[in-house]
Design a protein around this ligand. Structure first.
Ligand SMILES: [Zn+2]
Length: 111
């Protein structure tokens, strides 16, 4: 997602890293599927090595560091009204209105 129009009229943008109003989550029902995927990728890596195949230096890191992309969902907090936007299984977003009606920076680890 590069931008999301909030119900309040604010446009939530996602065009850089380290956004304080963005986080990701892994649905609980996908936890073990993700771990199985990591295990499979490691086993495939070991098999390549056992077969004597050459891999580039960061090959294993690239394999593992991208696993979550397949499973994670995004969540945004509107900095104007505090509404949370959660990504659904289908990839769309649905919102939940904050009870305070304001931005609480709940996704900001420096908060
Ligand atoms: Zn908003």
């Amino acid at each position: 997602m590069s931008k999301l129009g909030c119900e309040c009229g604010y446009v939530i943008r996602d065009n850089t890293d380290d956004l304080p109003h963005k986080a990701s989550f892994i649905p609980d029902k996908l936890d073990y599927q993700m771990l199985d995927e990591i295990k499979t990728r490691i086993e495939n890596y070991k098999e390549k090595l056992n077969l004597g195949e050459k891999v580039y230096d960061d090959y294993l890191f690239d394999l593992i560091s991208t696993v979550d992309l397949k499973f994670r969902k995004d969540i945004y907090e509107c900095i104007n009204c505090g509404r949370l936007w959660l990504q659904t299984a289908s990839g769309n977003f649905i919102s939940y209105l904050s009870e305070t009606g304001k931005y609480e920076a709940i996704l900001d680890v420096d908060n």
